[in-house]
Design a protein. Structure first.
Length: 565
C-alpha cells in the first residue's frame, strides 16, 4: 500500500468517477490477466476460495474515483476457474467517499468462519465471511465504538458478510479490533498494517500476522473469535530491509511432497529495495517453523553474512519470490487445501505504477501461481507453477488465424537467428535447450540463447527472453520493448540465477500478454515478471544464439484465448 501521498491529494482525486465503459481491447489491456474495467488498482486483498459454490474471490485495493492511488477501497471480482473474472460492485467503499473521507480500507485478508466463532452468523446457522483489514484514519476522531483515533493512524478492523462476500458490514461496535501496535512500538501507529489471518488447527485459534512496516518486523496475534486479539510474538528484522515491510503472510507447505514433513513460509512485500538489478518493489520469503505463536526461521533461509543461505547466491540478501520488477504484495487464497496454495501478486511497481501508459485503468494482477517447496541445492526453495492459463486461439488478437507451433532443432548456430514470423501477443511458450559450451571449462565466450517476443518485423522494438550460460542466469531484456519513456528506470535487463539440469538442459516457460511477460525457469524455482508496452504491430518472434551454438532446441508456441470474451 502506498502511504506517502497527502490526504488532500487523496480527497481531490476522489471527486469524480470517470464514466468509461471498458471493452477490454484497449491498447495494452491484458487478455488473460485480471485488470479492473477502469481506475486504479494495487494490492490483492482477501483472496478466498468458496468451496460451497466452487468460486474464487479476489478483492483488491481500488480507487473508485481515479487512475492513481487514492480513496482506498476494496474492489471485488470472482472467477470459477482463475481465468474468467467477473468484476462486482465495490465491496468496501472508503467511508465518507467522495467528499469527506473519514476511513480508508487498506490491505487485508478474508477467512470463512466455518464454526461461527465470531458469532456474526447468529443463531440461524449461517457461515460468516470475515474480512480483516487495515483502517486508515486521516484525522483524529471518535469512532462508533467509542474508540479514539490519532491523525493518520493505521489500525486493524474487521467486517463480515453473510452473502458469500457480495456485501459487507463493518464491525462498528468494536472496530478497530487491534487499535495500536505493541506498547514497545507505540510510536509506529502510522506504519502498522496489512493483517493476514488464518486458522491454526493445532492450537484451535485464529492467527493474524501484521507488519510494523518501518521497523521490518511482523507481530503475530492469536484469537478465538476474531474480535479479541492477544499478542503472541514478533519476528524480524531479517534478510532484505532496503524498504518497508508490507503485506506479510505465513502458510504451511509440504517439503518435497512429503506427507510427514511440513515447513512454514513467511512471505513479505518490500518497497523499495527489491531484487538485485531492479528498482522499487519486490517480494521475499523465509522458510521456517511455526508452532501457533512463534515463527522460527531455518538457518538455511537467512542471509546474515555467515549462514548457508549466503553461499547460495552471492548477489542476494534474500530469497526472492520473483526476480522481476513487477511482482509485489503477493497473497494466497484462503480456503484451499494446504498443498494447493495459490497466490496472485500486483503486477506493477511503486517506482512507476502511477505513470504506466494505460487507460482507462492502471495495473493488472499476475497469473495465479501454485506454490510448492522443493529441496534444491540442499535448501528448501519455493517453486511456482502458473495456473489459470487459458487455452485455444484468441479471436480478438488474430480473428481468423490460429497458431500452435512446435519445433525441434538439432542446432542453432552462434550468431544466427531463427525467424518465427508473426506469432502474436497472447502466448504460452515452452523452450528447452543446451549449449555446445556446456561443460567446457576453457570456454570464455559468453553464450546466450533465447527467444524474442513482442517484436516488430524489423526488430527495432523487441523483448528478449533468454539464458546466459556463462553466468547461469535467466534474463528478460525490456530495454527496447516499446514505450519506456514514462519512467527513467523502466528500461532494464533482469536476471535470475538458474543452474542447468543434470543433463545440461535449460527449460523456460514464458507467458506473454498484451503488456506483460512472465518467465518460469527450471521446474519453477525462479521466475521473472515484467511489464512491457509494445508498439502497434509488435507480434513477431525469433530465436537467437550468441557466442556459441545452442543444441537440442525444443520449442512450442501456443495461442492463448482472451478471457474477456
Amino acid at each position: 500500500m502506498k502511504l506517502s501521498l497527502l490526504v488532500q491529494t487523496v480527497l481531490a482525486a476522489a471527486t469524480a468517477i470517470p464514466a468509461v465503459a471498458a471493452d477490454y481491447t484497449e491498447p495494452y489491456r491484458p487478455q488473460y490477466h485480471f485488470s479492473p474495467a477502469k481506475n486504479w488498482m494495487n494490492d490483492p486483498n482477501g483472496l478466498v476460495y468458496d468451496a460451497t459454490e466452487d468460486v474464487y474471490h479476489l478483492f483488491f485495493q481500488y480507487n473508485p474515483g481515479g487512475m492513481t492511488w487514492g480513496a482506498m477501497s476494496w474492489g471485488h471480482a470472482s472467477s470459477p476457474d482463475l481465468m474468467h473474472w467477473t468484476e462486482h460492485e465495490v465491496a468496501l467503499l472508503a467511508r465518507g467517499y467522495p467528499q469527506n473521507i473519514t476511513e480508508m480500507y487498506f490491505s487485508g485478508t478474508v477467512v470463512i468462519d466455518e464454526e461461527n466463532t465470531s458469532g456474526f452468523g447468529g443463531d440461524e446457522g449461517e457461515i460468516p465471511w470475515i474480512a480483516m483489514y487495515t483502517s486508515y484514519y486521516p484525522m483524529e476522531q471518535v469512532l462508533p465504538s467509542g474508540k479514539e483515533t490519532q491523525e493518520n493512524q493505521q489500525a486493524q478492523s474487521i467486517a463480515y458478510s453473510l452473502d458469500h462476500g457480495m456485501t459487507w458490514t463493518p464491525y462498528d461496535a468494536g472496530n478497530p479490533v487491534i487499535a495500536n501496535p505493541p506498547s514497545a512500538y507505540k510510536d509506529q501507529f502510522k506504519e502498522f498494517r496489512d493483517p493476514s489471518v488464518f486458522w491454526h488447527e493445532e492450537t484451535s485459534r485464529w492467527v493474524a500476522v501484521v507488519s510494523l512496516a518501518q521497523l521490518h518486523k511482523i507481530v503475530i496475534y492469536t484469537s478465538r473469535d476474531l474480535k479479541q486479539w492477544d499478542e503472541a510474538s514478533e519476528f524480524g528484522p531479517a534478510n532484505a530491509v532496503g524498504g518497508v515491510w508490507e503485506c506479510p503472510s505465513i502458510f504451511p507447505l509440504s517439503l518435497d511432497g512429503s506427507h510427514t514433513t511440513t515447513k512454514w513460509v513467511l512471505m513479505l512485500g518490500l518497497n523499495p529495495g527489491g531484487p538485485p538489478g531492479t528498482v522499487g518493489s519486490g517480494s521475499q520469503y523465509i522458510v521456517g517453523e511455526f508452532d501457533g505463536t512463534t515463527f522460527t526461521p531455518d538457518a538455511s533461509s537467512i542471509y546474515d553474512g555467515s549462514g548457508p543461505a549466503d553461499s547460495v547466491a552471492s548477489d542476494s540478501t534474500a530469497n526472492w519470490v520473483d526476480r522481476g520488477p513487477d511482482f509485489y504484495a503477493a497473497l494466497g487464497f484462503n480456503g484451499l487445501p494446504q498443498d494447493q496454495r495459490t497466490v496472485i501478486a500486483w503486477m506493477n511497481n511503486w517506482q512507476y505504477g502511477q505513470t504506466v501508459p494505460t487507460d482507462p485503468w492502471r495495473s493488472a494482477m499476475s497469473i495465479p501461481r501454485r506454490l510448492s517447496l522443493k529441496t534444491i541445492d540442499g535448501k528448501a526453495t519455493l517453486v511456482q507453477e502458473p495456473v489459470g492459463v487459458p487455452r485455444g486461439s484468441s479471436s480478438r488478437s488474430r480473428s481468423s488465424r490460429r497458431h500452435r507451433a512446435s519445433r525441434l532443432l538439432r542446432r542453432v548456430k552462434a550468431g544466427s537467428t531463427v525467424d518465427l514470423g508473426g506469432i502474436g501477443n497472447t502466448l504460452e511458450i515452452e523452450l528447452s535447450f543446451s549449449s555446445s559450451l556446456s561443460g567446457n571449462s576453457t570456454a570464455t565466450t559468453t553464450t546466450e540463447f533465447g527467444i524474442v517476443v513482442a517484436a516488430t518485423q524489423d526488430s527495432h522494438y523487441e523483448t528478449r527472453v533468454g539464458y546466459d550460460f556463462a553466468s547461469q542466469q535467466v534474463f528478460v531484456d525490456r530495454t527496447r520493448s516499446g514505450d519506456v519513456s514514462f519512467d527513467g528506470t523502466f528500461a532494464g535487463v533482469y536476471y535470475a540465477p538458474l543452474a542447468p539440469a543434470a543433463n545440461g538442459t535449460v527449460s523456460l516457460r514464458v507467458l506473454v500478454d498484451w503488456s506483460s511477460v512472465e518467465v518460469f525457469g527450471g521446474v519453477g524455482e525462479v521466475s521473472i515478471t515484467s511489464q512491457i508496452f509494445p508498439v502497434e504491430g509488435a507480434g513477431y518472434g525469433r530465436l537467437f544464439s550468441t557466442g556459441g551454438d545452442a543444441e537440442n532446441v525444443r520449442l512450442q508456441v501456443k495461442d492463448l484465448a482472451s478471457t474477456w470474451e
